[in-house]
Design a protein around this ligand. Sequence first.
Ligand SMILES: Nc1nc2c(c(=O)[nH]1)N[C@H]1C(S)=C(S)[C@@H](COP(=O)(O)O)O[C@H]1N2
Ligand SMILES: [Mo]
Length: 329
Amino acid sequence: MLIKNPKGWQISENLATPERHYLGRRAFMGGMAVTGAALIAGCDGGGDAVAQDENTQAAAAASDSGLYPAPRNEAFTLDRALTDEEIATTYNNFYEFGSHKRISRNAQALPLSPWDIVIDGLVEEEMTISFDDLLRAMPLEERLYRHRCVEAWAMAVPWTGFPLAALVNFARPLSSARYVQLETFENREVASGQRAPGYPWPYIEGLTMAEATNDLAFIATGIYGREMPKQNGAPLRLAVPWKYGFKSIKSIVRINFSENRPHTFWENVGPREYGFWANVNPEVPHRRWSQATERMIGTDEQVPTQLFNGYAEHVAHLYETTNGENIYY
Ligand SMILES: Nc1nc2c(c(=O)[nH]1)N[C@H]1C(S)=C(S)[C@@H](COP(=O)(O)O)O[C@H]1N2
Ligand SMILES: [Mo]
């Protein structure tokens, strides 16, 4: 959608979110029961216990690898408190494991080893690379990012990983490539959501080459200073914080370069509700709810949403057309 207001992204500084402290787990659980929003038809499972034991196991494995924690890149810090780790690893969207938020236990069934990633399409040479080999080839760093779901909730998350640009570079796309398409695994045996009718698996997302090579676009392999838990998209997932969360595809198995715009999963499900661009914009409501504010998961604090989720200075130029209009959504 084109919005004929070139200055629309300039939001006033006093809308910037002040730093807040998170509340304890009890406050979180209480808030969830009332406000847990479902994207399509799902409902929040509520009583499912936190999979703390699995988190602890992942932490033990990660400390063995020696890769985590990685040095923090101070260029990407936040003006809001980080979401509590236990909350960010137990309140998830991962439709492969169910259309509700309590999928962390089910997701433990996902086998991570071996994990191969296919790089194909418009590249100098198509290849398949194991996640372990890829990880060794990439420089790891930590970045603190905002995370804004289209459902109007938000978190603040410390990701560990590497710029998507480094992976694009590694893939050696041809100059004819205009889009990167990313795909999630398909495994109906472990992913109960892929056995349910009505969704066009596999989960597919995509970016333009300019978006994919923007410094903000990040491939995350860890969070909170350790290896990525399965429920958050192990072993590697995208983090594009200026876009709604559904763009940040999890558990990637294929990276395809093409001339044509990818047909994304959510575009197929609801083309009028989850468009390709999906840039965070408080002025463009979702068809069924406002996007003007967001609820911080963990505190239930309601804060103003910012254009491009607060990252306008990094990405607004990507959406300026020659006549000065901005593509927002
Ligand atoms: N493969 C896959 N990736 C996905 C999703 C999904 O259902 N499947 N959900 C998306 C949505 S809607 C959001 S908000 C984020 C949630 O990431 P988190 O659980 O790590 O917070 O993952 C995104 N990536
Ligand atoms: Mo989302």
